[in-house]
Design a protein around this ligand. Sequence first.
Ligand SMILES: [Zn+2]
Length: 250
Amino acid sequence: MEFNYLNDEDLLYYSRHILLPSIGIEGQQKLNSSEVTIFGLGGLGNLLITYIASSGIKKINLVDFDIVEESNLQRQINFSKKDIGLLKVDVIENYISSRLTDIDIKKYSKKITSSPQAEDIISNSDIVIDGTDNFDVRKIINKACYIKNKTLIVGAVEGYTGQILTITSNNSPCYECTYNDLLDNRSCSETGVLAPLVGMVSSMLAIECINIITTSKSSFNNKLLIIDGLNFSINEIQTSKNPKCKICSN
Ligand SMILES: [Zn+2]
């Protein structure tokens, strides 16, 4: 990691994070020097990018091939009616650039169809966050992170249920180990989705990302967190390596 030192403006801008014992000046410098890739600029990606960028992470790769649609606006809170028909990566870049000046955003608006394509995008990233809503793409991102040994944080929301999983390295149980038996590949266009739950899960993804960068520790490692937004309960499931996993078993 190439270290970016803080100037006077940074010290003021990030002062409320710098005051936190787990962040401090050193943690803030780590954030300012980190690179993060976000796959998916739907409901999760919208709030996530806002918190990731405003936490001081300066290098961000945004990956989404979609355009903004009317049905997105209920939960994809950085978009408005004037953005309908525009590429999500373009709208988000403009939004973030209007809030922060010295930020390096790389945009990828091609559909992800192969692991090498994802590997190229994440090759310099410290953390990869998956907020997509497509099981095939999730599997590709999982494979690319396994091959490149990247920390992958996965978030999902469907109906009243939110899920978070962190795969800290290629020694951890991977996404396919965890989801192979739990397969329910419906999208929110079929099941509906509770908008504030999307905000809650994206905030938790951002917290996990900030904590891993500043403390080198994951809150969810080897645990799948399941949030029930109707009854407001949070449960953890211990994950384990599947010896027959076609991605991470030998
Ligand atoms: Zn696996």
